[in-house]
Design a protein around this ligand. Structure first.
Ligand code: AMP
Ligand code: MG
Length: 273
């Protein structure tokens, strides 16, 4: 376990930077959303890479809202959401990555993870669900797993939606007051809130041990939904942009092959007459 913590969540704001104009951010977000739609079209057609978006955060941090925002920009045929809940008996009878690996994206696909393999070093650590040495060994396993994905045409984004204690409380109370949000209520959310600091530590350790230049964690200020959506979209769009040239190239090569096939077919038809 490294002694120095690379991430100190209490030093990272959950709010947009002071003076940020909401109108300006929303305008930028609209442009990013349009660009993501174009990138997604290319990704889907070119089938050169898959995209994995890992969304982690406390209850009411905005994972569902972020997923909705991303889904809005994507072609339904090429996008999938995978949610990770308390493991089933069958899942618990395997190694912790067993249930995760089959859900990762194929080339051409975007997959959004609502929680992920990180729960196996977060909730498990906070509640001592496994011996500490078992949990400690998982960080390296996660790093190897993600490196395997990255080496095999998967672009991985890891987001921590960073909400404040106060904003979480506000959102949980809203769920009680608004009948249309009450379905989301869970006693567990309030129980987990009592372990706020333990989760902070667990996240800080996970983000310190499972981050590299290629596979960084993005801590997203998440108290304002409009800013959260902006940061997530910007990160994904900027992360995918460098791939466009390669995708266009492979599509143009594919187009040439298809045209040549069609020409050959036409020539053969003419020869028959
Ligand atoms: P929700 O995302 O609100 O539907 O809740 C899913 C619950 O499943 C959360 O309380 C997670 O902590 C829990 N969960 C997800 N993955 C695991 C895991 N690997 N081990 C234990 N609990 C988990
Ligand atoms: Mg929940």
């Amino acid at each position: 376990m490294p002694k120095t913590r690379l991430v100190r969540l209490d030093r990272i704001s959950t709010d947009p930077p002071a003076g940020t104009s909401r109108a300006r951010i929303e305008k930028l977000t609209r442009a990013l959303a349009r660009e993501l739609t174009e990138l997604d079209d290319l990704l889907y057609a070119a089938r050169q890479h898959g995209v994995l978006v890992v969304l982690q955060g406390r209850d009411a941090a905005g994972k569902d809202g972020t997923i909705r925002k991303l889904l809005d920009q994507c072609n339904a045929q090429g996008v999938r959401v995978e949610s990770f809940k308390v493991p089933t008996e069958q899942e618990r009878a395997h190694d912790f990555l067993w249930r995760v690996h089959p859900k990762v994206p194929a080339v051409g696909e975007i997959v959004l993870f609502n929680r992920s393999h990180y729960e196996d070093v977060l909730v498990t650590r906070v509640h001592d669900l496994f011996p500490r040495d078992v949990i400690d060994a998982r960080y390296d396993a996660i790093n190897h797993f993600e490196a395997l994905l990255a080496a095999n045409r998967t672009v991985v984004f890891k987001f921590f939606l960073h909400v404040s204690r106060k904003e979480q409380e506000k959102r949980l109370l809203e769920r009680e007051e608004e009948p249309e949000k009450a379905w989301k209520l869970a006693v567990g959310d309030w129980q987990e809130r009592e372990h706020w600091d333990d989760y902070t530590t667990a996240y800080e350790i996970a983000m310190a041990r499972c981050a590299s230049a290629e596979l960084p964690w993005h801590v997203v200020p998440a108290d304002r939904k409009w800013y959260r959506n902006y940061v997530v979209l910007k990160t994904v769009v900027e992360g995918l942009r460098p791939y466009t040239a390669g995708w266009l190239e492979s599509l143009s090569a594919l187009g040439k092959v298809r045209l040549a096939e069609l020409r050959e077919y036409r020539a053969a038809q003419r020869a028959k007459k």
